[in-house]
Write a protein that binds this ligand. Sequence first.
Ligand SMILES: Cc1cc2nc3c(=O)[nH]c(=O)nc-3n(C[C@H](O)[C@H](O)[C@H](O)COP(=O)(O)OP(=O)(O)OC[C@H]3O[C@@H](n4cnc5c(N)ncnc54)[C@H](O)[C@@H]3O)c2cc1C
Length: 414
Amino acid sequence: MHIAVIGTGIVGVATAAWLQRDGHKVTFIDPKEAGSQTSFGNAGSISPSAVLPVGMPGMWKRVPKWLTDPEGPLVIRMHYLPRVLPWLFQFLRNMPEAEVTRIAGAIRGLLAPTFDCYTPLLQRAGATSLLRRNGCLYVYSSREAAERWRFGTELRRSLGVEMKCVEGEDLFALEPALRGRFGFGQFAPDNGSTPDPAALVQALYTQALKDGAEHLRDAATGFGMRDGLVHTVELADSAPLEVDGVIIAAGAWSKTLALKLGAAVRLETQRGYHVTIPDPGVELNRNVMAVEQNIMINPMQMGLRLAGTVEFAGLNAPPRMERAEALINVGRKVFGTLKTENYTTWMGHRPCLPDSLPVIGRAPRAENAWFGFGHGHVGMCGGATTGREIANLVAGRTPGIDLHPFRAERFRRA
Ligand SMILES: Cc1cc2nc3c(=O)[nH]c(=O)nc-3n(C[C@H](O)[C@H](O)[C@H](O)COP(=O)(O)OP(=O)(O)OC[C@H]3O[C@@H](n4cnc5c(N)ncnc54)[C@H](O)[C@@H]3O)c2cc1C
């Protein structure tokens, strides 16, 4: 089949690679460079342990404090509050323990095969060095402080994630730079990360082009339908492209395209920020999640990256780089010796559904259109598995994981 893949973020390029393994001809549609949007500046964690939804039981109690703290992890811009309220209402409904447990089980299904799904693609692209499997450390000031997160840790364990308690000198043996601020950690040895998310996406994209894919630099605007099938993708500035099938992998921008194919999904952007410090004077061996500070710290090829923050302000409002500056302040508190010269800042749009689950599956209104978007905080973790599963659906094979929780029909039909 000739399949158009709309979007060249991690989900689009991984899906293209899996489709090509089945012999399909791929045309990417994206006005932007591959991996230049949300997949560019994320924290690079590729972790099968990242199973917890964003909304956790009792979390709402901490929201007022977060909203009033300039260095806090959550911001809602006032102009955007009326727009985001219905989404927030749905989000709250997914916070009870039973829902969180169900959601975490579904995410675990998606993330557990992540290395199996990335490895063949990166081998083919000659880019296996862009995936490290050296564990991830969740750190806390003390064992007592970690108690507040016990529910999440035990939920991870119940889903098969190995989480080893490490304390005092054992913690500093893993990460000497953490001495001082932290006293307790949970080490997840099966986790990993990429030293450069943008390079990882570029590597898969370049290989896809070598394997015959083309890239049409234009924005998809709609679809021409015939007998319940998409037969053309309509484009902003070019003639419609004739296709045998289409994949919507346009990240936070997927909502209107999905609506045209029959799915009224509640997709919202959770804007996140990073700072990358080229010469931080601090060495880490692996990805570290400072849980109380709500930031992910990853040693990358281009420097130490600190990433976090959830900001509700929509797709069009300009970035507020003071949010990134706040990460620098948190970083200084975490590492007393952090040098911050020449740091760079960035903002990206996490594509988020209120139940923290992506949409993966066939479009309600077209038999030859499939969705792969809405991966929220775990698009790097789940991108390759999503690609494999979409290829399974296109081929009519039995899915390798339970895709029921990810179906578009969990929202009302358009
Ligand atoms: C600060 C931060 C830290 C993060 N850390 C992590 C992490 O450590 N691990 C993790 O797993 N995830 C992390 N994430 C989340 C992760 O980055 C995203 O889930 C992931 O990048 C989404 O990938 P995507 O391919 O769906 O979207 P994108 O990378 O945004 O790609 C979507 C593409 O679609 C294109 N597009 C949009 N509209 C159209 C159209 N109409 N026609 C054609 N093309 C279109 C865009 O130009 C873009 O290239 C983080 C996110 C942020 C913001």
